[in-house]
Design a protein around this ligand. Structure first.
Ligand code: PFF
Length: 452
């Protein structure tokens, strides 16, 4: 990328909004609620928030500072600071390549739901079988996936992401207001309070190491960490922008939207499942199964449904655009090809990689990798394996190779680093030890050596 692009973010607001645009997406609205439902509700929320303010804060600060210090994106940045560690940059770059295809499969589901609400199929969508029979088909979900992926590719190809981002910046506050409205509405439905307490009150007997692993993977995913993206964003950030308070704002925005999504979706599971708690463990389909039921029970539910899925679509698009943009520029740089060629290549590659994730819910459902369907496997390998490894090396790199001081100096260009002690402790000890323990236990449990 040329130098003129590196000074893109004119001020703090521009930077925070752009980084939040990448961070806030399906991870917050689709992924967070089903994980929270699956991993014990309140205990997952508690672990997540603790990790967000320690780990999340520290890694986000480190990545943005590395980017701003070097003015380069991940591969170049690690190489410049210490050539021995350039493998971390490469490893980080693999993550978006794995995530983009299945992200767009889910994006396709959102597009389908938006279209179906417009077509007035709200009542049909509120039936139990609708979602399962839709994703189980061989052709239709693949077509919606291709449409969504194509939309993302067109925006990246024509470089109109600024337009999309502008629209989305107006729509994001609307999403927040609408989510609050839906959450409050659901809370007053009979049986909802049980769900609210399941989500908000931690039950410590539900705590396990997998809760921490799932929360950590979700944190990386949601804040676009451990995949080089925030390093790239940091490289665009001006030196006179306050890095620490920008990090706090991105964190607050990202965690706030995830929290609201949970408050909207989890209680409605209790309202509409007739007390059947197994509905909590249904995984990726949770949002698609429960929300149409909420909308169906509302007056004006069709309009709310259209609006909601439109907003989610925009939130998802700003994220998938930033994922594709990253991959396209890596390929441009590596293979010295034009942007157009690179874009076409990434489109075809993602289409090929995404089809198994879509078919894995239907005709390929019996093909399992380590007991997982394709989508779950891609999600697992990126979030629970590669991203923790990248985060581990990033913390070792900052803690012991370039030393925390180099990040601290970068943060202190605009004044005192208030959470310096926390940063130091997390980057040197808490992060690496925690990640190693969690990785070891998850590998052992995957191999069946211990059960957790
Ligand atoms: N953080 C995004 C989300 O929560 O939906 C997902 C994501 C977007 C990850 C962009 C990585 C990325 F580059």
């Amino acid at each position: 990328m040329g130098n003129e692009k590196r000074s893109n973010f004119t001020g703090k607001l521009g930077f925070v909004l752009a980084a939040a645009g990448s961070a806030v997406g399906l991870g917050n609205i689709w992924r967070f609620p089903y994980l929270a439902a699956q991993y014990g509700g309140g205990i997952f929320l508690l672990v997540y928030v603790i990790l967000a303010v320690t780990f999340g804060f520290t890694l986000l600060t480190a990545e943005i500072a590395i980017g701003r210090k070097t003015g380069l994106s991940a591969i170049g940045a690690f190489k410049k600071l210490s050539s021995k560690y350039s493998f971390v940059g490469y490893l980080a770059s693999i993550v978006p390549i794995i995530i983009l295809p299945y992200y767009c499969v889910i994006g396709g589901w959102v597009t389908k739901y938006f279209a179906s609400f417009i077509a007035g199929q709200g009542s049909l969508m509120a039936t139990d079988a609708f979602f399962g029979s839709f994703i189980g088909q061989p052709i239709e979900p693949v077509l919606w996936f291709a449409i969504y992926l194509g939309l993302t590719a067109l925006v990246v190809l024509f470089g109109v992401e600024k337009g999309i981002e502008k629209v989305s910046k107006v729509l994001m506050p609307v999403l927040i207001v609408l989510s609050i409205f839906i959450a409050v509405y659901t809370m007053f439905l009979p049986g909802a309070m049980e769900g609210v307490s399941y989500y908000l009150l931690p039950d410590f007997s539900k705590f396990s190491i997998t809760t921490v692993l799932a929360a950590m993977g979700q944190l990386f995913y949601s804040m676009s960490l451990a995949m080089g993206i925030m390093i790239t964003y940091g490289s665009y950030m001006k030196k006179d922008v306050n890095l620490e308070s920008s990090v706090h704002q991105i964190e607050l925005f990202d965690t706030g939207i995830a929290f609201l999504a949970g408050l909207m979706i989890i209680p409605s599971v209790f309202v509409f499942s007739g007390g059947d708690e197994s509905a909590l463990g249904q995984g990726p389909g949770l949002m698609f199964v429960t929300l149409p039921k909420v909308f169906e029970s509302m007056t004006g539910g069709t309009i709310i449904g259209i609006l909601f899925f439109l907003l989610v679509l925009f939130a998802a698009l700003t994220s998938s655009i930033s994922l594709m943009e990253t991959i396209v520029s890596i390929f441009c740089d590596k293979f010295k090809i034009s942007r157009k060629k690179s874009c076409l290549f990434v489109f075809v590659l993602s289409l090929v990689l995404g089809i198994p994730s879509s078919l894995g819910n239907g005709i390929w459902a019996n093909i399992k990798i380590m007991g997982m369907d394709f989508l779950t496997f891609f999600d697992f390998i990126s979030n629970s394996v590669i991203m923790p490894v990248v985060a581990f090396f990033t913390s070792i790199f900052v803690g012991y190779v370039i030393k925390p001081k180099s990040v601290i100096d970068e943060v202190e260009l605009t004044g005192k680093f208030k959470s310096k002690a926390l940063f130091n402790f997390v980057i040197k000890y808490f992060a690496p030890i925690c990640i190693v323990l969690i990785l070891i236990s998850s590998v052992f449990s995957a191999l069946g050596i211990i059960s957790i």
